[in-house]
Design a protein around this ligand. Structure first.
Ligand code: LLP
Length: 431
């Protein structure tokens, strides 16, 4: 199995975090999201330990909440001593309600509205990751009105192609995010920030992309960031205290995907950064990384019930489940691979190649194609693995399907942390 929190019990049922998934499907209904709390904690600890060893004691991983933003995650992040990355007032609201200490929050986004900026300051968000000039001036205005000095980082585009899906590669020069180093716009934005009396420029941030398996995009990013920092020091006599190299380390969705040794990766990035700092005579900065997917992806799983099998002779077998693109739009959007199994018949022979389809009125509503399963029957339970990141976070009510419930698993206990939406929820905002 692709992750060590998955096993098969004597009944031939899939177990997740040691709990029989069929019992969970019977108890809570489907579609159902599951969340393995201990797996999330394990990942936080890997990042915490590896970053402190690679970059020094003041290094801090920030969990990127866009991967999964629910109150309960922020309890775990607080307890694990993590920082967080937030991207909207809605995420800030959720983190505050989850009891997260907001001085360890970093506010991202290429278009923070005045209302967002004000909301973030009212809620004591520690750092703004400033994307552009207009935002910088808006931060200065709001900070002046409050008579505070707001800590910021400048988001730079380091111009790295991370060899990943184009739609999720954000560090190249042609990007809606940040100011490019190559075009001198980053330098201009830094100069402007240094001149703002109510802004404390702490450092720079970049994010090269997502679902990256190689180490090199990150070591490249680390070097480019330190080179730029040294250049700023030499030209402007200003030294950044903090460098944030973003998130993006990949996770295996399929058996054949590489397994990343996150700690070894981080160690290597640390070496690259130290060497570059030494070469420039630049003090080792406080380092931040922003993992989202690699913290929560394999802590998640989705359970569905099979409704129907449609075999089209000469074409294919469609097995339809009771969820689909509203709870997991990633195949429809990015053709994202997933491991799909028949959770109640794990020991049966996988003799039927299927397209796993959702229930929406849209032919692109597929969960996965080319999946080998035991011949599916109505009522069977299908599990899609590794759905902790960017599934519930990207869920919709398309076709007026209520969003699924989410159950947290911890030390053999199951707890409902998100109730299934009701039909009343669907019309809640209609006047
Ligand atoms: N930091 C910044 C500034 C980001 O933009 C992102 C992701 C992260 C950190 C976290 O990256 P991660 O470690 O999760 O790869 N919806 C897409 C992923 C979009 C990622 C956007 N930014 C998907 O489902 O694959």
């Amino acid at each position: 199995m692709i992750c060590d929190n998955i096993s098969i019990n004597a009944a031939g049922h899939l177990c997740f975090a040691g709990v029989d998934t069929i019992e969970l499907a019977n108890k809570y209904g489907t579609p159902l999201y599951l969340l393995d709390e201990n797996k999330i904690r394990e990942k936080c600890r890997i990042y915490q330990g590896a970053m402190k060893s690679a970059f020094g004691e003041d290094a801090l991983p920030l969990y990127a909440g866009k991967a999964l933003c629910i109150k309960d995650i922020y309890r775990i992040m607080r307890e694990e001593g993590m920082g967080i990355d937030v991207v909207s007032s809605g995420e800030i609201f959720t983190a505050v309600r989850g009891g997260f200490p907001m001085e360890r929050a970093y506010f991202h986004g290429n278009n923070k509205t005045d209302a967002d900026i004000s909301y973030a300051m009212d809620n004591g968000v520690g750092y703004f990751v400033c994307d552009n000039e207009e935002e910088l001036l808006a931060i200065e205005r709001e900070a002046t009105a409050r008579n505070i000095k707001q800590k910021i980082l400048i988001r730079v585009a380091p111009g790295i192609d991370p060899h990943t899906h184009k739609a999720i590669s954000t560090g190249s020069v042609d990007s809606k995010f940040g100011a490019a180093i190559e075009t001198e716009q980053a330098m201009t934005l830094v100069m402007l920030a240094i001149g703002q009396p109510h802004v404390s420029l702490e450092g720079i941030h970049c994010h090269v992309g997502s679902q990256i398996f190689e180490t090199q995009p990150f070591t490249d990013a680390a070097r480019i960031m330190v080179d730029f920092a040294a250049n700023v020091r030499d030209r402007l006599n200003f030294t950044f205290r903090e460098i944030n190299i973003g998130g993006g380390m990949g996770v295996p969705y399929l058996e054949e995907h590489p397994r990343i040794d996150y700690a070894a990766n981080i160690e290597e990035i640390g070496k690259a950064m130290r060497a570059c700092c030494e070469a420039h005579g630049f003090p080792m900065p406080r380092v931040r990384m922003e993992p989202g997917r690699s913290i929560v992806a394999d802590a998640g799983m989705t359970l569905y019930t099979v409704g129907t099998l449609k075999s089209i002779p000469g074409f294919r077998n469609y097995v339809s489940v009771d969820g689909g693109m509203p709870d997991n739009p990633r195949y429809a959007l990015y053709q994202s691979p997933y491991t799909v199994v028949m959770a109640d018949r794990m020991n049966d022979e996988c003799d039927t190649v299927c397209t796993v389809a959702g229930r929406c009125c849209e032919s692109g509503d597929l969960i996965q194609e080319g999946v080998a399963l035991p011949y599916p029957q109505r009522g069977n339970i299908i599990a899609v693995l590794t759905t902790g990141a960017y599934n519930y976070a990207m869920a919709s009510n398309y076709n007026r399907l209520p969003r699924p419930a989410m159950v947290r698993l911890c030390d053999g206990e199951d707890t409902l942390i998100l109730r299934r939406e009701t039909f009343e929820d669907l019309i809640r905002n209609e006047l």
